[in-house]
Design a protein around this ligand. Sequence first.
Ligand code: PDD
Length: 275
Amino acid sequence: RTVYVNGSYLPEEKATVSIFDRGFLFADGVYEVTAVLDGKLVDFAGHVTRLERSLNELKMELPVSSDELLEIHRELIKHNKLDEGAIYLQITRGAADRDFVFPKNAKQTLILFTQAKPISAPKSGIRIVSAPDIRWGRRDIKTVQLLAPSLTKMLAKEAGKDDAWMVEDGFVTEGTSCNAYIVTKDSKIITRNLSNSILHGITRAAVLKLASELDMEIEERPFTIDEAQQAAEAFVTAATAFVNPVIEIDHVELSGGKPGPVVTRLSQLYIEESR
Ligand code: PDD
C-alpha cells in the first residue's frame, strides 16, 4: 500500500511518525473515515466539514486546504487502485516534548491510508449486546481516543456477538463505531437526537434525508434497550458499513432474525444514491 505522511506518498513500511507525536502520547488528534465506492469518495464534503469542526473544538486548524485534502484522497485511490473500501485520515497536534500544555510551535501531523473492504455487499445482519457507555463527554468530536469503544466492542466479541450498543442513564447512545436506530411497528424511524453524547454521523445525515424524501416518519430522541427489543427492525449506520441491519439485541431476535423490509429498502437506496 502507498500511504500519505506530511506531504509524501510512501510505501507503508517507509512511513514513520515521531515517538513524541501527541497523537501517540495524548490521543491529541482527530480522524475521519470516508467510504470509497466504485473508486469514488462518498460524501467527501460532509466529512471535511465535520473534520474542521472537530479541529476547531480542539483549537487546531486544517494543515492543508480542503481542495488539497481532496487531491490527496484521490491520489491514494489511484495509487492503491481502490475500488471499494475506506480512506482513513488523521491529524494530530504534532510532535513536542511531553507536556500537558499545548506546544506553541509544533507542526501538525497529517496521515492518510486506504483500506479495501466490501461495504456495499448484501448484509445478513448483526447481533448486538448492550454495555455501559464509558466514553468521555465530548463524543461529538471525532478524536483518536478509541480505547473505550474498542474495549466495549471486545465485550461483544467475547460474548460471541458482533457489536455493542452503549447505554448511558438508561438510554442507548450509539454503537461502538456507528449510529443506532430502531424502526417501530408502524415504520417510524427512531434515532437519538444530536448532542455531545454521540458522533454526528455523516451517513446518519444522508440516511435521514433519504428517509424523509421517502416520506418516512422520523423521531429524533433517545430510546431504551427495552424499547429496541420490542421494535420491528433495527439498524446501524457508518461510513464503513453504510446501512447495516441489526437482527438481535441482548439475545432477543428482531424481524425473525433476518433483515426487515424497511432496513433492506433504506440500505439499497442509500447505496444507489451513493454510486
Ligand atoms: N466510525 N458513531 C461513532 C462512535 C463512530 O465512530 C462512527 C464512525 C459513527 C458513524 O459516523 P459516519 O456515518 O460519519 O461514519 C457513529 C468510523 C467509521 C470509524 O471509527 O471507523
